[in-house]
Design a protein around this ligand. Structure first.
Ligand code: FAD
Length: 486
């Protein structure tokens, strides 16, 4: 009798799951997920590494995975502790012959893999690591790992010419029987709360959650439903390239990222649906652009494989000194985190993040640019704050984009944004800002992005007092751009 164990990590799905497919070629299969308390700790910047939205989304995802495994006559064994201690026990008790898991690309996760491998070494069993998180398989990328170009376009062009996306793997019917009877209860959100006194756990902070662009719920079922809804029922894919820079509403972009991040959705599955759509409905630059963005996602993963820890360091992969000497001003950081900068376009985005765990790509670029370039705060603190809050947090996309936007990543240019120019361009009527900042919702369009400039006579008429009702800008934006120019 052959017994296998599958350790679920950021691959919390049944569809297109190669590790599950391979592990299922056995008589008995033990699917396991381990909540490792070390991941739910305090960041070195004094806030929880995993905030409330991520905890909720993950628990919903695990619950759904368990249900889907049960539907296939299996189950999900959950434990709390260190994988390198729990796995050897399960292996011993159930006489496991081989352990399967998906491989990851960032240092903390690959360290976990090494710890598991060395803990299982005395038991002399097979350990198989499978690559499965990207659109293009690691083995199909036409570059050696150390030769991944530092310019995205070079990477994309060769990849598009020389690599094909592999087919989605389908797993039919029941899974092998699971011999473990003590499946384990799912932890409660409060069991995973590091720093219970932190303001992030204050329910009042999240009362506006229903203003979110989408009521994101974790789990593979929700992921597949969202793909169907966005691509097929709503027929939005054909307009994606035109709408993707939006800020408000459910369908300006796909919102696939939270499910992709925990692996409840496979990038290859999205690709297959895009190809089907192109065949059955329409093929245009928008359908191509969805795949283009998924290649960006791949790119950051392969960049991490190449550069290892460098993108978690302050200098990133930059070879020349950064033009800004980073500061650490706790009061400034706090205002940015709490959406109290006095610059509505930044605050509305930060409020969205705080309340919903999501922010548009346009918003992320501006919020990050403001933090690193205008406020001159060390970019890693901003990245860590996003890590805590984003329900789609994924180390490569988050730290890679932050580094890129802060001038220490894969673009040596000074990529700072003109915040007011961006606000005028992408929120010209101020609808987005009004949605998230009700305190300025009644201001006329002319002052919506600069409430402190509202003339005195209008202040009385509108019953709005700058600084008392909404803060004045924490910095002089124009001066901050002058400083960047040097
Ligand atoms: C500072 C900053 C931090 C970010 N942090 C994350 C993060 O932690 N997790 C994350 O998934 N994305 C991150 N992004 C990338 C991007 O903002 C999100 O992927 C996107 O906004 C998610 O919304 P969507 O699924 O509707 O995207 P869509 O526009 O519908 O794109 C489809 C998919 O393509 C991928 N994608 C799109 N843009 C990017 C990009 N710039 N980089 C990598 N992949 C991309 C995502 O998987 C996304 O789901 C970050 C961007 C910035 C500027």
């Amino acid at each position: 009798m052959r017994t296998t164990l599958l350790l679920f990590r950021n691959d919390l799905r049944i569809h297109d799951n190669e590790a599950l497919y391979e592990a299922s070629k056995s008589d008995r299969l033990i699917p396991v997920y381990i909540f490792d308390p070390r991941k739910y700790s305090e960041s070195k910047y004094g806030f929880p590494r995993v905030g409330p939205h991520r905890i909720r989304f993950l628990l919903e995802t695990i619950e759904n995975l368990r249900k889907n495994l049960q539907d296939r006559n299996s189950d999900l064994i959950t434990r709390m502790g260190k994988p390198e201690e729990i796995l050897p026990e399960l292996v011993r008790e159930f006489e496991v012959n081989e352990v399967f898991m998906h491989a990851e690309s960032t240092s903390e996760e690959t360290n976990d893999e090494r710890a598991i491998e060395s803990a299982l070494k005395p038991q002399n069993i097979g350990i198989t690591k499978i690559w499965g998180s990207t659109l293009h398989h690691r083995d199909d990328v036409p570059f050696e790992q150390h030769q991944i170009p530092d310019v995205f376009t070079q990477f994309r062009k060769k990849l598009e010419k020389q690599s094909e996306v592999r087919k989605v793997i389908s797993i039919q019917g029941d899974l092998p029987q699971c011999p473990v009877s003590e499946v384990g209860e799912l932890p409660k959100p409060e069991d995973l709360r590091a720093m219970p006194d932190h303001f992030l756990w204050d329910d009042e902070t999240f009362e506006a959650q229903d203003k979110s662009v989408l009521q994101f719920r974790g789990g593979e079922d929700e992921a597949l439903a969202r793909v169907k809804d966005y691509i097929w029922d709503g027929d939005h894919l054909k307009n994606y390239k035109k709408t993707r820079n939006g800020l408000l509403g459910t369908d300006y972009s796909s919102k696939f990222s939270p499910w992709l991040a925990v692996g409840a959705l496979s990038a290859r599955y999205i690709f297959a649906e895009v190809k089907k759509y192109e065949k059955e409905r329409k093929k245009n630059s928008s359908t191509y652009w969805m795949v283009f963005e998924l290649i960006w996602r791949d790119y950051f993963r392969f960049v991490f494989l190449k550069h290892g820890n460098a993108l978690f360091k302050t200098e990133g992969i930059r070879e020349t000194p950064h033009p800004i000497e980073w500061e650490k001003n706790d009061a400034h950081i706090r205002k940015w985190q709490l959406a109290e900068t006095g610059i509505p376009f930044v605050d509305a985005n930060m409020e969205e993040l705080l309340n919903s765990g999501f922010m548009s790509n346009r918003g992320r670029q501006n919020a990050a640019s403001f933090f690193s370039w205008n406020l001159r705060q060390e970019w890693r603190i901003g990245a860590a704050w996003f890590e805590s809050l984003l329900i789609d947090y994924d180390p490569c996309s988050n730290w890679g984009n932050w580094a890129y936007n802060s001038g220490v990543g894969n673009d040596p240019r000074q990529r700072h944004f003109n915040i007011l120019g961006q606000a005028d361009r992408y929120d010209s009527n101020g609808d987005f800002v009004r949605h998230w900042l009700p305190e300025i919702a009644d201001l006329p369009k002319k002052y919506i992005h600069e409430p402190h400039k509202l003339p005195k006579q209008d202040q009385q008429k509108l019953n709005f007092t700058p600084d008392a009702d909404y803060p004045n800008p924490m910095i002089n934006l124009e001066e901050s751009y002058e400083r960047i120019k040097g």
